[in-house]
Ligand binder design. Structure first.
Ligand code: F6R
Length: 366
């Protein structure tokens, strides 16, 4: 059942080239030059005219929502708010009939997310679901939606569901941008071509497994970790930190790299491991400066860089090179080494990777 892998989590990490592809199938038609998403067809005008999009989710799904905020604002130019479902539902939020609420949930059973949907529905908003489990409560409670086709996720720590969510949300943002005319045909075509290469790039990122295990050996006894990223890689930093916390029980925090000097930089000394996601994108130069600031305080830097980077390696103790892709698709690739790092650290610490203490796969109580 684990297909030869020691844990479900590892199997699911390695399934990602496939689950990303399955989540694009029938939706990205490269040869015909089409993007389709059955779930939005009936609501196309609503999406085109939406004043605002509110994304509600919890945990890893909330991180996918943060990536979607960048995607939708970039490509479709609609203002997006990303909300923890548990806060949103109790806040007396302002919701109108012209809002679209996107609810993201792997299990489709998360109590807070379901309650946030019911609240938004009662105010007349249109609810769009991005769920993995077919026929789940959230899938049934939404007006429309698009399933992620990640297949069953057994490991409590979410991995392939996250990349499947980001894939579906990327397609959604591209379609919205196309319909609203906020993205040129050339740019759209470029993105379609690049998105089609992502399963292969994830496959390549998985080849880093042995190297990442070596790095894990080095850091398995750490008591704290910082994860830093900017732009599209900021949600990836949050996700990397969450993965480490939940399965290895090491305290970890994700931060937008520029926020470091507003507090967390005080934590940095020669014992602090700092994972910096520093792939080549529009914030690259700024991330390089952030790495210099960390280095000046003797932090132990593990840098995730784009293949061929020559600037960062001399500055970092460990360098993990991932295949390069478009900035807006990078989370799909850059999250993979972070999943593997947390997995190997947890295994080396003797933790129960698939069923970490205190956690349940679906949180059906608030
Ligand atoms: C993290 C994790 C949780 C879930 C969260 C939401 O690895 O598994 O943070 O992401 O409980 O669950 P769903 O997506 O089922 O609503």
């Amino acid at each position: 059942e684990k297909g030869g892998y020691e844990h479900f989590m590892l199997k699911e990490i390695f399934e990602q080239p496939r689950s990303i592809m399955d989540s694009m199938r029938g939706r990205l038609e490269l040869e015909a030059g089409h993007l389709n998403m059955g779930g939005i067809r009936a609501y196309e005008q609503k999406f085109v005219n939406a004043q605002r999009i509110i994304i509600v989710a919890c945990g890893t799904s909330w991180h996918a929502g943060l990536v979607a905020e960048y995607l939708i604002e970039d490509l479709a130019r609609i203002p997006v708010e990303v909300e923890y479902a548990s806060e949103f539902r109790y806040r007396n939020p302002i919701i109108t009939e012209r809002d679209i609420v996107i609810a993201i949930s792997q299990s489709g059973e998360t109590a807070d997310t379901l309650a946030a949907i019911e609240l938004a529905k009662s105010k007349g908003a249109t609810i769009f679901g991005v769920c993995n489990v077919v026929g789940s409560s959230i899938a049934r409670a939404t007006d429309a939606g698009a399933y992620t086709h990640a297949g069953p996720e057994i490991g409590v720590a979410s991995t392939k569901a996250f990349t499947a969510q980001v894939t579906v949300l990327t397609l959604l943002a591209m379609i919205m941008g196309q319909k609203r005319g906020t993205i040129t045909d050339t740019k759209l075509r470029e993105l379609m071509v690049e998105l089609d290469t992502i399963p292969t790039k994830v496959e390549k990122a998985l080849l880093l497994d042995a190297q990442i295990r070596e790095i894990a050996v080095e850091f398995k006894d750490a008591t704290n970790f910082l994860y830093l990223g900017r732009g599209y890689n900021f949600p990836v930093a949050l996700e990397g930190a969450l993965k480490l916390k939940e399965i290895s029980y090491i305290h970890a925090e994700g931060y937008p790299a520029a926020e470091m000097k507003h507090g967390p930089i005080a934590l940095i000394d020669e014992n602090m491991p700092i994972v910096v996601i520093a792939t080549r994108d529009s914030s690259y130069e700024k991330v390089v400066s952030n790495i210099q600031e960390v280095k000046a305080r003797k932090g132990r830097i593990i840098a995730i860089v784009s293949e061929g980077d020559t600037v960062i390696p001399p500055m970092a103790e460990f360098v993990i090179e991932v295949p390069h892709t478009s900035e807006i698709l990078m989370p799909l690739v850059s999250v993979v080494p972070l999943q593997l790092l947390s997995y190997h650290i947890a295994v080396l610490r003797g933790c129960n990777v698939d069923q970490p203490r205190n956690l349940a796969k679906s949180v059906t109580v608030e």
